[in-house]
Design a protein around this ligand. Sequence first.
Ligand SMILES: NC(=O)c1ccc[n+]([C@@H]2O[C@H](COP(=O)([O-])OP(=O)(O)OC[C@H]3O[C@@H](n4cnc5c(N)ncnc54)[C@H](O)[C@@H]3O)[C@@H](O)[C@H]2O)c1
Length: 366
Amino acid sequence: MTGPRFRALPADGDPLRVLLVGAGGMGRAWLGTVAASPDVTLVGVVDLDPDAATAAADGVPGAVAGTDLAAVAAASGAQAVINVTTPAAHLPVTLQALGLGLPVLGEKPAAASVAEALRLAAAAELAGQLFMVSQSRSHDRHLRRFRDQARRLGPLGVLTTEFFLAPRFGGFRDAMAHPLLLDMAIHPFDAARYVLDAEPVSVYCQEYNPSWSWYAGDAAATAVFEMTGGVRYVYTGSWCSPGLETSWNGGWRLSGAHGTATWDGEGPPRSSLDPAPEPADDGAPGGIAGALAAFVHALRTGTPPRGEIHENLLSLAMVDAAVLSARTDRRVLVAELLDAAHREALAAAGPEREALSSWPSARTPQ
Ligand SMILES: NC(=O)c1ccc[n+]([C@@H]2O[C@H](COP(=O)([O-])OP(=O)(O)OC[C@H]3O[C@@H](n4cnc5c(N)ncnc54)[C@H](O)[C@@H]3O)[C@@H](O)[C@H]2O)c1
C-alpha cells in the first residue's frame, strides 16, 4: 500500500461545503452536528428515499436534495461527502464519491467487509482523496485519558471490555448477520488498538444468539485477541442483555505490571497509580463532532487523521477475523485474513485494481 496521500484543500476561511448521503436515524444526528459546526456548511442531501432527502434539506438555505449523488454533487458544488448510509451501501456510495473527486467522511464500519474496505483504500489512492472513517467513540476525552494512564502501567497483560445492553432498534440491525460484531464491536476494537497502541495478531471467537434474542443474526460474542507485543484483548458483549446494563462504550479494565486502570465508558477512568481527578475538559469536541473536526483539519492541513482508511483497516480486520473464527471454530491469524481479503478485493475490483495490485502486502504499514 502506498499509504495515506490525499489532496489538501486550501484554508480559504470559508466553511467546507458538504453533502450528506443517507438521511436516516444517524443521518439526522449528523445534520445537527453539521449545522452546529463553524467548519462546514450543508449544501446537499442524497437518499434513496426522495422524501427523506427533501425533509433533511428542508430549511437549509440553498441545500439541494435528490436521489442521485453525481447530480446533487454537481448542482450543489459540494467539496466533500459525509456517507451515513447503511453498511452495505458504504462501498458503492464511497466509491462513487471518490470517483467524483470528492473526499469522504464515512460512518463506521468502513464497509461491509475488509475486502470491500481494501477496495476503498485503493480507490482513495487512485483519486488522491481522503477517505476517513468516523469512529465517533474514539474521540472521547475519557478514552484519551485512559490511554494516557495505560502508558504508565508498565508492560501490559490484558485489556478487557464488557458490553451488555438490550436496545430494540428495528431496521437493518435486526436483520443483518453479525449485528453485534459488525455494527457495534468495531467501536471497542478500534478503541483497544488505540489504548494499547498495538495491532491484532490473531483471534479466537465464539459468536452466538441467546434463545430470547430479537435479532436474526448472532447478537452476542466473546473474543480473545492476541495483540502485537503479546498483550491480550478480551471482548465479551451482548446486545440482548436486559438489566444492569453497561454504558454504550462498555466497561474496561487494563492490567499492567505496575498497576491497573479501569473505565466505566462514561465517566473519568481510574488508575491505581494515578488517583488524581481528571483534568478539566479541554473543550475539544467528542463523538461525531470530534470526527468532523478531525476530518476538516486533515483536509486543511494534509495531515492524515486517525480513522484514515489505511489506518482503520485493522479495526475492521478484527471484526472479520472474529466472525471467521466463530464460523470455523479456530484461531484466525489476521495476516492470513488480510491476504485472503486482498485476493477477494482484486477479483472484484474496478478501476482501483491497479492500486490494489501494486501493494506488496495487504498488511497496513505501521
Ligand atoms: N457512530 C455511531 O455511534 C453510530 C450510531 C448509529 C449508526 N451508525 C452508523 O450510521 C450508519 C447509518 O445508520 P442508521 O442507523 O442511520 O441507518 P438507517 O437505516 O436509519 O438510515 C440509513 C439511510 O441511508 C439510506 N441509504 C441506504 N442506501 C443508500 C444509498 N445507496 N444511497 C443513498 N442513501 C442510501 C436509507 O434510505 C436510509 O435513509 C451505519 O453505518 C451505522 O453503523 C453509527
